[in-house]
Design a protein around this ligand. Structure first.
Ligand code: 5AD
Ligand code: SF4
Length: 485
């Protein structure tokens, strides 16, 4: 009987990719995926530390398994990822029934850790060095985890994330990422190109390059030449079968003209940029140590729009950071009103022990105020998003069909169902069509719009991509239980 594996994933796209790779490598060892924790022989949690809320969810899931582990001491419970790297002592104290604690830079060791936990019944620890050690040693202890891909392990076979770098060197004062994901290290461009070619060979049409600050990508080729993200986009652009290339997430300071020109000139690179601003107030940006001013950010937006016609831009904001006054918050509201973002992700500040923000500044904005500012900023962004979406009415957009919409999932008749997909500018589009369209690229004429969705009809006979997957996506689909942050 094959061993059963359950995995729960919290957090960003990097975690989604890590989980996909972990599942792929354990499947090659003979594991079979299950969606019920209690039916599994190995239960894994791939964790996030960016906000307290994400950690609380994991501790409560672990708490629920305490009795289960007592009744079945042979089952293995593992905590992977950012929380594992950050809090081994706390995990051991709060969840002593955990068998494996494995950090983000050590995932390659997981199959061995599972075997050792089974054989010894003892806690297995695999953690990278903390950033007080020498840069060289810390870098070596954080290994980019890029084993063989497994097409059946992706939520959709025609889309894939590809890691181009790990870690972050920016040390924004609110952010735990530089300590839990280690120093910024870019992968060799040829390794990335090989992975993209393999994915294309498996039927992948859309690639999203991942990095915490993806536009800081740089790889020294050793002969004095330095490969930037623009060079990497050029290098992978002509991979046959790939129709779309996206990249997330960008750091405003590193949004250089060569990159914007690559987005403009390379037809497969989508005109979509996620460039988090975090705040619209210079005092707050300074205490966040974001390294730019609001004026710089606005110039960067203007430059992006000038170089890349019709580019869609989205952002992240944190409300209630230490020292954020009503006046500072108003400045953030002004930035959102003026910036025509496609959408923004808005978060309440969550102090993270181990960051400068936590250790040096007071968390002085009351929770009620954070909530109100979150709601107010969201309302402003929603109005801006509606204006952005309304522009599309009457226009034709190219949509890669991703699956059934939530409504489409609730219907079961044969014939047209409600489908959903994304445009090249990352707008969500919903329309009726045959589920056989899933995985293909079509022109959709937009007839209506809401702040989050374009509604339209498929322009018949005008399929953009002509590849046929053969099998429908539905059959191959697996559902990693994902909780996006
Ligand atoms: N509290 C709240 N939000 C945070 N983010 C990062 N750290 C924190 C924190 N301590 C947000 C930032 C980042 C996004 C991924 O999460 O907006 O861009
Ligand atoms: Fe965190 Fe700042 Fe690095 Fe983004 S750039 S991962 S917010 S430290």
């Amino acid at each position: 009987m094959p061993q059963k594996l359950y995995i729960e994933t919290v957090g960003c796209q990097m975690n989604v990719l890590d989980s996909e790779l972990v599942v792929g490598s354990l499947r090659r060892q003979g594991f079979e995926l299950t969606h019920e924790a209690e039916a599994a022989d190995v239960i894994l949690f791939n964790t996030c530390s960016v906000r307290q809320h994400a950690e609380d969810k994991i501790y409560s899931s672990l708490g629920r398994l305490r009795g289960h582990k007592k009744r079945h001491p042979d089952k293995i419970i593992g905590v992977l990822g950012c929380m594992a790297q950050k809090d081994q002592e706390l995990i051991r104290r709060r969840a002593p029934h955990v068998d494996i604690i494995c950090g983000t830079g050590q995932l390659a060791r997981l199959p061995q850790l599972i075997d050792d936990a089974k054989a010894t019944g003892k806690l297995q620890l695999a953690l990278s060095l903390d950033r007080t050690e020498s840069r060289h040693d810390v870098e070596r202890s954080f290994e980019s985890y890029d084993p063989m891909r497994d097409p059946s392990m992706r939520p959709t076979p025609f889309q894939a994330f590809v890691r181009v770098m790990i870690g972050c060197d920016k040390f924004c004062t609110y952010c735990i990422v530089p300590s839990v994901r280690g120093p910024e290290q870019s992968r060799h461009p040829e390794h990335i190109a090989r992975e993209v070619a393999q994915l294309a060979g498996e039927g992948c049409k859309e690639i999203t390059l991942l990095g915490q600050t993806v536009n800081s990508y740089k790889y020294d080729l050793g002969d004095g030449r330095r490969f930037r993200l623009s060079d990497l986009l050029t290098r992978i652009h002509d991979t046959s079968g790939i129709e779309r290339i996206k990249f997330i997430t960008n750091f405003p300071k590193d949004m250089t003209d060569d990159l914007l020109e690559a987005v403009r000139d390379l037809p497969k690179v989508c005109p979509y940029l996620h460039v988090p601003a975090q705040s619209g107030c210079n005092d707050v940006l300074r205490s966040m140590k974001r390294l730019y001013t609001v004026e710089f950010y606005k110039d960067m937006l203007a430059r992006s729009r000038e170089i890349v016609p019709d580019v869609a831009i989205s952002s992240d904001f944190i409300v209630g950071f230490s020292g954020e006054t009503e006046e500072s918050f108003e400045k953030t509201c002004d930035l959102v009103r003026e910036s025509a973002f496609k959408n923004s992700f808005i978060f309440k500040y969550s102090p993270r022990p181990g960051t400068k923000g936590h250790d040096l500044f007071a968390d002085d904005v009351p929770e009620e105020t954070k909530k109100r500012r979150n709601n107010d900023l969201l309302a402003i962004q929603t109005a801006v998003s509606l204006q952005d979406h309304l522009r599309f009415i009457g226009r034709r957009v190219e949509v890669l069909v991703e699956g059934l919409s939530k409504f489409g999932e609730r219907t079961s008749h044969s014939g047209p169902r409600q489908l959903t997909g994304r445009t090249r500018t990352d707008h969500i589009a919903v329309f009726d069509g045959n589920p056989r369209l899933i995985g293909q690229t079509f022109e959709v004429e937009v007839t209506e719009a809401s702040p989050f969705t374009l509604f339209g009809t498929v322009v018949s006979g005008e399929q953009v991509g002509l590849d046929n997957l053969g099998e429908t996506w539905d059959k191959q689909r697996i559902a990693l239980p994902l909780l996006a942050h």
